[in-house]
Design a protein around this ligand. Structure first.
Ligand code: SF4
Length: 227
């Protein structure tokens, strides 16, 4: 993607969705941190399903600690890697309580020092809760950045740094939401919906990709038997 194409690319995504938001449900910064921590290798839909039960019972570090490992595990057992996530979340709660007065800190170093909080989680919290122009590169952003030529890179950090360098400041704060939503609903992994895409004219992969997509997966139940 040429440098001069990046602004119209984001202007188009912005026009379709002027105030993009995370699809994780939360009502305070701690809930956001907990939801993002739980979302690693899980869907936002699955996390929301669990936190709708968990947060009314415990939505502060002190309340989660009071719930204990068994109580927390019971609420999040539908989420992948729930045992590890439960331990990390409780240890994070302990650190928040003992070192941060029960509040979520607002610096990358402090966030990344929390168990279960890596660079991507810190980027989400810094962006969504503190309004910083960070770029949390997940599988959708990684794919869209490489496919469109916006920020090609071999790993998430390379893509993140290129996005930060290439995206005009006016679009930086919301860019990661637009890219995630575009990847989740339009520029999908196996079958990008190029016919419904508003940014085809700036995409390096189009039109070649529209004739080279993987075939639709046949549901197991509709496959013919070999007998
Ligand atoms: S044209 Fe197709 S490949 Fe390019 S961004 Fe749109 S959906 Fe993705």
């Amino acid at each position: 993607m040429k440098t001069q194409d990046i602004a119209p690319f984001f202007a188009t995504l912005q026009a379709a969705n002027p105030q993009p938001e995370t699809e994780l449900e939360y009502t305070n910064v701690f809930e956001l941190l907990a939801a993002v921590l739980l979302s690693a290798q899980a869907t936002d839909v699955g996390v929301n399903k669990a936190t709708r039960r968990l947060f009314p019972v415990a939505n502060t570090p002190a309340k989660l600690l009071a719930l204990g490992l068994d109580g927390l595990t019971e609420h999040i057992r539908t989420i992948g890697l729930y045992r590890t996530k439960a331990k990390n979340l409780l240890e994070t709660c302990r650190i928040l309580t003992t070192q941060h007065g029960g509040k979520v800190p607002g610096t990358r170093a402090e966030l990344e020092a929390l168990p279960g909080v890596g660079r991507k989680t810190a980027n989400v919290v810094l962006n969504v809760a503190f309004g910083e122009p960070t770029m949390a590169v997940d599988t959708h952003i990684f794919r869209v950045s490489n496919r469109t030529g916006l920020a090609p890179g071999k790993n998430p950090l390379e893509v993140e740094l290129k996005l930060l360098a290439r995206i005009p400041p006016a679009y930086l704060v919301d860019a990661h939401h637009w890219l995630i939503l575009h990847g989740r609903y339009v520029c999908q992994a196996r079958r990008p919906l190029c016919a419904q895409c508003a940014v085809t004219r700036w995409c390096d992969a189009w039109p070649a990709i529209s004739t080279a997509v993987a075939p639709a997966k046949v549901p197991h139940s509709s496959r013919c038997s070999a007998t």
